[in-house]
Write a new protein. Structure first.
Length: 261
C-alpha cells in the first residue's frame, strides 16, 4: 500500500514522519505526471509546490485555517491532500474535478480564482473577517507566485495588509522565477537578491553562537549587534522591500526541503 493511498484528509499527514513525507512527495509527483499527461492541465506549477503544499497542510489545519493559491492552477496537490484523488481520473472533464479551486468540490476550497494577483486581496478580506468575529485561532495562508506578485492588485493588497498589524495572515512567495515566461523587472531583480542571502543568515547564526559562549562581554556585544541587525541586514542582504512595509520576512527557504518548510 502506498502512502498516498492512505491520505484522505490533511489530518492523515500528522501520522507521517519527515522521511515519510518525503516519500509521499515523490508519490504525489509520480501521480501528477501520470494523470496530467493523460488529461492535460498545469503540470509544471504543481510539481513545483509539492513539498510546500504538504508542509502547509501539515502545519495548518484546513479548512479551519484557510489556504489560498495564486494562481489557482497551483492547487492540484492541495486537492489531492483534501480527499479528491479519485477525481483526477477525469481532471478538467465532465464528472471530474476542476483545474482550479472550486467551492462546490470541497470545504477546503474557499475561493475560486483562475486569474493571477487576486489571492492577497482575498486573504486580506478573509483575515479581517476572522478578526472582526474574534476568531483569533484561525489563520489565512496565501501562496503567491513571483509572477502573480508583479500584478498591481497584489501590491494594493500588500499595502492594506501592512496597515493592519493584528491580522493572522501568512504570505508565502513561491519564487520559481517563472510565470508563463521568465519573470522580469524590478521585483524579479529584488527576489533574485533575496535568494543570495542564505550566507548572511548562516554567518549571523555562527556569530551568535561564538559570542554567547564568550564570558562576560559576549552577551552584551551580541545584544548590541542584534540591535544593529536591521541596518546591517539591509546592507549585506537587502530585503527591506517587505519589512519596510511592516511585514515580517523569513527566508529564503528551499521549497523542496520539507523539514525546513
Amino acid at each position: 500500500m502506498t502512502l498516498l493511498s492512505q491520505i484522505n484528509s490533511p489530518e492523515d499527514l500528522l501520522k507521517l514522519n519527515i522521511a515519510q513525507l518525503g516519500e509521499l512527495s515523490s508519490e504525489i509527483r509520480d501521480f501528477l505526471i501520470e494523470k496530467v499527461s493523460k488529461s492535460g492541465g498545469h503540470l509544471g506549477p504543481n510539481l513545483g509546490v509539492v513539498e510546500l503544499t504538504v508542509a502547509l497542510h501539515r502545519v495548518f489545519k484546513s479548512p479551519k485555517d484557510v489556504i489560498l493559491f495564486d494562481t489557482g492552477h497551483q492547487s492540484y496537490v492541495h486537492k489531492m491532500l483534501t480527499g479528491r484523488i479519485a477525481g483526477f481520473e477525469n481532471l478538467r472533464q465532465r464528472g471530474g474535478i476542476a483545474g482550479y479551486p472550486n467551492r462546490s468540490e470541497s470545504e477546503h476550497d474557499v475561493i475560486e480564482n483562475s486569474h493571477a494577483s487576486t489571492a492577497l486581496s482575498w486573504a486580506d478580506g478573509i483575515a479581517r473577517g476572522f478578526a472582526i468575529k474574534g476568531e483569533q485561532d484561525r489563520t489565512v495562508v496565501a501562496v503567491v507566485g513571483d509572477g502573480a506578485l508583479t500584478g498591481g492588485m497584489s501590491w494594493e493588497a500588500l499595502n492594506n495588509i501592512a496597515a493592519s498589524k493584528d491580522l493572522k495572515l501568512v504570505i508565502v512567495v513561491n519564487d520559481n522565477a517563472r510565470s508563463y515566461s521568465p519573470t522580469i523587472g524590478g521585483l524579479a531583480a529584488h527576489l533574485s537578491t533575496l535568494r543570495t542571502t542564505q550566507g548572511y543568515e548562516k554567518f549571523l547564526d555562527w556569530g551568535k553562537g561564538v559570542l554567547e559562549k564568550t564570558p562576560v562581554v559576549g552577551h552584551p556585544i551580541y545584544e548590541t549587534l542584534h540591535g544593529m541587525k536591521k541596518g546591517i541586514k539591509d546592507i549585506v542582504a537587502p530585503q527591506g522591500m517587505f519589512e519596510d512595509l511592516g511585514l515580517k520576512y523569513l527566508g529564503p527557504i528551499d521549497g523542496h526541503d520539507i523539514a525546513a518548510l
